[in-house]
Design a protein around this ligand. Structure first.
Ligand code: COA
Length: 331
């Protein structure tokens, strides 16, 4: 019997504080109408200075463990671009706070593609027999890297965390991960980058501490890479677009998601989206969208699901899976 990786638990965590478009418009030269019509975003959650990526990730992780009904975990992977410290990684501290001292634990840096990269790495660890299960967390506090005066990035990004438990199982089980596609193009790193890494953003930091984004160029790259990546991943398992029950794209911009779905001939009602409530939450984007899909009855056990993401690096990737029968543990 071929050993497969099976998704078996899901949990999320969002910071309490919510910023509306109207609140942004009070401080910046923007409007609710501009943000909503250009991005599809209405609100985003943001941390206060006392909450780190590690703390948000820990909450989501504990909820994923309870959703999976598993206590013993062999490996903890944290996908993030905003770890608590430049060194060491944040994952070992999350592991020890969960009582998992001794587990394999490391951070993974692929920005908005981090969760998809993480699924692939976790699956490699499981199917090779190195570990029997993995707790994968996607968490970011990207608000802390934004220039307070940048109306574009502040409109788009929010904070959050999502986590899943992955375990060894069989390919025929609901929840089995079926195919992967990953890629990168470092020659375009300058489209999205943060030169230095502050943990907590402050007013008047040097320019080099803020995230920089070429929105227009990123838009077309995101559409191209997510579309092509989905085509490749479904091609590996002989699916056509019509076989996809649910497409769960990285929540970058409602218009990017619509363009990807359109190019793939996936109707809007097959696309899971929570961008209006949370914005772009970087590595947390896909698990938060999955949680939204479960909560709103859009994901059912046995559904053919395709996850796809694109992010800074540039990086991109997709995963095809059969949706498991799991409960959703959210904030
Ligand atoms: N409010 C009002 N105006 C804004 C604004 C805001 N919040 N943000 C940007 N603008 C302005 C720009 O300054 C620019 O003005 P200019 O033409 O005078 O220079 C104009 O809007 C840009 O207009 P346009 O290019 O038509 O916007 P757009 O439709 O491309 O939308 C983005 C801009 C950033 C929303 C869009 O390009 C985008 O979502 N890109 C991808 C970003 C992304 O996904 N990043 C993460 C990838 S993982």
């Amino acid at each position: 019997m071929t050993r497969a990786t099976v998704l078996s638990g899901l949990g999320t965590s969002l910071p309490d504080s919510v910023i509306t478009n109207a609140q942004l418009a009070e401080a910046l030269d923007t409007t609710d109408d501009w943000i909503l019509s250009r991005t599809g975003i209405q609100t985003r959650h943001v941390v206060d200075a006392s909450v780190t990526t590690g703390k948000l990730g820990l909450k989501a992780a504990a909820r994923a463990l309870s959703s999976a009904g598993i206590k013993q975990i062999d490996a903890v992977i944290l996908a993030t671009a905003t770890p608590d410290f430049a060194c060491p990684a944040t994952a070992p501290q999350i592991a020890s706070r969960l009582g998992l001292t001794g587990a394999v634990a490391f951070d993974l840096s692929a920005v908005c593609s981090g969760f998809i990269y993480g699924l692939s790495v976790a699956s490699g660890l499981i199917t090779s027999g190195i570990v029997n299960n993995v707790l994968l967390i996607g968490a970011d506090t990207f608000s802390q890297t934004l220039d307070p005066q940048d109306r574009t990035t502040r409109a788009i990004f929010g904070d959050g965390a999502g986590a899943v438990v992955l375990r060894a199982g069989e390919i025929s089980e609901p929840g089995a991960l079926l195919a992967f596609d990953l890629g990168s193009d470092g020659s375009q790193a300058d489209l999205l980058f943060t030169p230095n890494m502050p943990r907590i953003a402050k007013e008047n930091m040097p320019e080099s501490y803020y995230f920089h984004m070429n929105g227009k160029a990123v838009f077309s790259q995101a559409v191209t890479h997510m579309t092509n990546s989905v085509k490749r991943v479904i091609g590996k398992i002989g699916w056509n677009s019509s076989d996809i029950h649910r497409l769960v794209p990285h929540q970058a911009n409602i218009r990017i998601m619509a363009a990807v779905a359109d190019q793939l001939d996936v109707e809007p009602d097959r696309v899971v989206s929570n961008i209006s409530e949370v914005g772009n939450t970087v590595a947390a984007s896909i698990p938060l969208a999955l949680s939204h899909g479960v909560k709103h009855g859009q994901l059912h056990a046995g559904d053919n699901v395709v996850l796809t993401a694109f992010g800074a690096g540039l990086t991109w990737g997709s995963v095809a899976l059969r949706w498991p029968d799991i409960s959703n543990s959210s904030r």
